[in-house]
Design a protein around this ligand. Structure first.
Ligand code: ZN
Length: 362
C-alpha cells in the first residue's frame, strides 16, 4: 500500500510500504477519509512542541511514519479475538489505547497510563491507504454520518472532554479565545450545555461569522475590539466564569477570567510559553489541561460515540469547518501544507483527503 513516510522534518512523501497484517485483537481499516491535525503538521515540520524530542529521536534512527489519527474507513481484515468487528463495518477509532498492564491500568485508571499506544504518534497512523488499529479502540460510525464528518469528529470529542472538565454551571459566562476549529467546536458544545452568555474572539471575519452561527452571543474582533474591556462590560465587571483558551492567548485568559474562575488550556503551547502566574495566583484561578482528543475515557469509547451521535442528530455542525477536500493518498503532503498554513489557503479546518467513497463498498 502507499503511505506517508517522513525522512526528516519538513520532508514527507507518499511511498510504497508493506500492508498491515492484523494480529490478535487488531483490525485493519481501509482509510476512506483522513485529515491532519494542526499538532501533527507542527510536529512534522519540526516545531519544538510536546512529542518533538520523541519524533526527533525516531528520525535519527531512519525514515519513519508519523501522524493520521483523525480518520474514518471500512474494516478490511480482522485478527483473532477482535470481538464483534466484521469486514465491511464503517468505523473510526479512538486514538489512545492504554496499555492495560501497568499499575495505573490495573487500578482502573487507564487515563493515568504512562505509556498508552497513540495512533499515528507511537506507531503508524492513517496517513496511508490502510491503518492497523486495536479492536478495542474501534468505534462504529452511525448511519447517516459521512466518512468526511466521521473523520472530523475526533476534535469534537476533545471539545466535549474539555467542556466536561470545565464543569460549566447553569448560566455561567463562557469566554472562548480563538474561533479556529477548537474554538468553534467549543462554542457549539457550550451552547448545547449549561453555558449562559457565550463570548468568542476571532481574528478573521470568516471565523467570527462561523462563531456567530455556532451559537456565540457576543463575537469580538481581536484586531479591533478591546477584548478585556468588552468581557468586563458583558459580565458586570467580574469576568468570565470559564475561559477556553484556544488561541495561545494565555495572558488574555488570565485577565478575563473572574476570581475563582477556570481556564481550560486547549492550545498546544511551547515548553516555555510566558504565563502571568502572579495574576493567576491573585485570581485563585483553576487551570485545567484536558487530554487531547478522545483519550481519557478509555477503555470505553463513550465520548467518541456521543460525538458521533451529536453529528448524526445535527446538534453539532462539523461541515462548517470543512472547506478543502483533496482526492487520493498522493494528496497527503498537500493536505499537510494547507492545514499548516490555513489562513494562507483560506480554510478554517484541516484539509481532508478522500481515498475512496465508502458508499461504493458493499
Ligand atoms: Zn497502562
Amino acid at each position: 500500500m502507499r503511505a506517508l513516510v517522513l525522512r526528516g522534518f519538513g520532508d514527507a512523501a507518499v511511498e510504497e510500504v508493506p500492508d498491515p497484517v492484523p494480529g490478535p485483537g487488531e483490525a485493519v481499516v481501509d482509510v476512506s477519509c483522513v485529515q491532519p491535525s494542526v499538532t501533527e503538521c507542527m510536529l512534522l515540520a519540526g516545531e519544538p512542541i510536546a512529542m518533538h524530542t520523541v519524533l526527533a529521536a525516531r528520525l535519527e534512527a531512519g525514515p519513519t511514519r508519523f501522524g493520521g489519527h483523525e480518520f474514518a474507513g471500512v474494516i478490511s481484515a480482522v485478527g483473532p479475538d477482535s470481538g464483534d468487528l466484521a469486514v465491511g463495518d464503517r468505523v473510526t477509532a479512538v486514538e489512545t489505547a492504554p496499555c492495560g498492564r501497568c499499575a495505573a491500568c490495573r487500578r482502573a485508571r487507564p487515563d493515568a497510563c504512562p505509556s498508552p499506544a497513540v495512533l499515528g504518534f507511537t506507531g503508524p497512523g492513517a496517513f496511508a491507504e490502510r491503518v492497523l488499529v486495536p479492536a478495542r479502540t474501534v468505534v462504529r460510525v452511525p448511519d447517516g454520518v459521512s466518512a468526511s464528518h466521521a473523520a472530523a469528529v475526533q476534535p469534537l470529542a476533545g471539545a466535549i472532554h474539555g467542556h466536561a472538565l470545565a464543569n460549566v454551571k447553569p448560566g455561567d459566562t463562557v469566554l472562548i479565545l480563538g474561533a479556529g476549529v477548537m474554538g468553534v467546536l467549543h462554542t457549539q458544545v457550550a451552547r448545547l450545555g449549561n453555558a449562559g452568555l457565550i463570548i468568542v474572539t476571532g481574528r478573521s471575519a470568516a471565523k467570527r461569522d462561523l462563531a456567530k452561527h455556532s451559537g456565540a452571543d457576543l463575537v469580538l474582533d481581536v484586531g479591533r475590539d478591546d477584548v478585556h474591556a468588552a468581557v468586563m462590560e458583558a459580565t458586570d465587571g467580574i469576568g468570565a466564569d470559564v475561559v477556553f483558551e484556544c488561541a495561545g492567548e494565555f495572558t488574555q485568559a488570565a485577565r478575563c477570567v473572574r476570581r475563582g474562575g477556570t481556564i481550560v488550556m486547549v492550545s498546544v503551547l511551547p515548553d516555555h510559553h510566558p504565563a502571568p502566574l502572579a495574576l493567576m495566583r491573585e485570581r485563585s484561578v483553576l487551570l485545567v489541561h484536558p487530554r487531547s482528543g478522545a483519550g481519557g475515557y478509555a477503555p470505553g469509547s463513550t465520548v467518541f460515540e456521543h460525538a458521533l451521535r451529536l453529528v448524526q442528530r445535527g446538534d453539532v455542525d462539523v461541515q462548517g469547518l470543512i472547506s478543502h477536500r483533496l482526492r487520493g493518498v498522493a494528496a497527503l503532503p498537500e493536505a499537510l501544507e494547507i492545514t499548516r498554513h490555513k489562513s494562507r489557503y483560506g480554510t478554517l479546518g484541516p484539509a481532508q483527503v478522500d481515498l475512496f467513497d465508502w458508499g461504493t463498498r458493499a
